[in-house]
Write a protein that binds this ligand. Structure first.
Ligand code: LMR
Length: 396
């Protein structure tokens, strides 16, 4: 029965972590999977999250089912983080469903789109998160790419992106990274978002925003500017939110899908559809991570502590960007200043696949096959080793 199944190659991102674990070198450096790391190279549970967990366990009297769309408190809090406290003035148009992580939210959103319009084509940025294409494809969408990153300038190929979107047929789905673009770290600025919003509205294209790093780029509000601007410009959109990185609850699988509908009547139908689809996928989302996030956001003292911790994470990543850019510029003799202007956990080094392999095999430095590095994995202690090694493989 199962003989037809073939061996699965290592996941381009998770496979890097598995290979890193096996390396016994003292000088190994993990720049692979997108998890935040502190000064000691650890991925901590934020203090505010730990405190909320302790309070929750002390107070929880039941683990009875909630509903297929999850915890209403969590949904409302995370929607307000994404859309702003006024929900972009469109509260009645919003349908919310808690989902198992950002990936669960993307999958739920893709199935919702496929239910609305079977065989829809979703356009993703070139490049995009390695899991976007298989994930959206598995949910039934056809996936194509739009131009995004310009390798020659390490910036956005904005004119090419706009001309491409401006030629798409109506009702095409356009997957956009709300902030902290994965894998390049190269975001659109506010003026560019405005232009994109106008093209999407004019062509009647459906934006599907993926926001996995809110607060790790600039700050909570500026990182969500894209969503707020689009919610004021286009009638309908989807947002998949992940709480994995900004709350440090990775393995708790905590996310939200928000569907903004054209009007309140439509929204009242769409929330039922989200519940129906969730019921066929996981019946109900896991509770713990969402209950903790709800508690952090709803308790002023915990919320303040979490915002301070998140700000520290973002500042640390941005200072590592400067350190790495300067060191790479010095060791390679090429200008790496562009790393400083990028945001979030990632940048992509201009390396060929064999150079990435050489970094791993000869220098014990691990990164995704396309040269994507997790900036949070760099530290003052390993930065010189990283920069020297990158320079060595670039010369070879
Ligand atoms: C990443 O891009 O490294 C993270 O989003 C983790 C993952 O699941 O790929």
């Amino acid at each position: 029965m199962f003989e037809s199944l073939t061996r699965v190659p290592p996941d381009p991102i998770l496979g890097v972590s598995a290979a890193f674990q096996k390396d016994s070198s003292d000088s190994k450096v993990d720049l692979g999977v997108g998890v935040y790391k502190d000064e000691a190279g650890k991925t901590p549970v934020p203090r505010a999250v730990r405190r909320a967990e302790q309070d929750l366990i002390a107070a929880q009297t039941t683990k009875a089912y909630l509903s297929p769309v999850g915890n209403p408190g969590f949904n409302a809090q995370v929607a307000a983080l994404a859309f702003g406290a006024d929900l972009a003035g469109r509260k009645a148009d919003l349908s919310l469903a808690q989902a198992p992580g950002g990936s669960g939210a993307l999958h739920l959103g893709a199935q919702f789109l496929n239910a609305a319009r079977p065989g829809s084509i979703a356009y993703v940025s070139d490049p995009t998160w390695a899991n976007h294409i298989p994930l959206l494809g598995a949910a039934g969408l056809k996936v194509e790419k739009y131009p995004y990153y310009d390798n020659a300038t390490n910036g956005v190929a904005f004119d090419r992106m706009v001309s491409f979107l401006d030629a798409l047929p109506a009702d095409s789905v356009v997957v956009l990274h709300a902030c902290c673009h994965n894998p390049t770290g190269q975001d659109l600025d506010v003026a560019q978002w405005q232009t994109i919003a106008e093209v999407l509205a004019k062509r009647r294209l459906l934006p599907f925003l993926d926001m996995a790093y809110q607060g790790l780029g600039e700050d909570l509000d500026r990182d969500a500017a894209s969503i707020r601007l689009l919610a004021k410009t286009v009638p309908e959109l989807l947002v998949a939110v992940s709480c994995s990185k900004n709350f440090g609850v990775y393995r708790e699988r905590t996310g939200l899908l928000a569907v903004l509908s054209a009007n309140a009547e439509q929204a009242s139908i769409h929330v039922g559809q989200l519940g129906r689809i969730a019921r066929t996928l996981w019946s109900m989302p896991p509770d713990h991570g969402a209950a903790v996030v709800d508690r952090v956001l709803a308790t002023p003292e915990l919320r303040q502590e979490w915002v301070a911790e998140l700000t520290h994470m973002a500042n640390r990543i941005n200072s590592l960007r400067s350190l790495l850019a300067e060191k790479l510029t010095a060791t390679t003799g090429q200008d790496f200043g562009w790393i400083k202007g990028q945001r979030g956990m990632f940048s992509r080094l201009p390396l060929r696949a064999e150079q990435v392999v050489a970094l791993r095999e000869q220098h014990h430095i691990y990164m995704a096959p396309d040269g994507r590095i997790n900036i949070a994995g760099v530290s003052p202690a390993n930065c010189a080793h990283v920069a020297d090694s990158v320079a060595a493989v670039m010369r070879s």
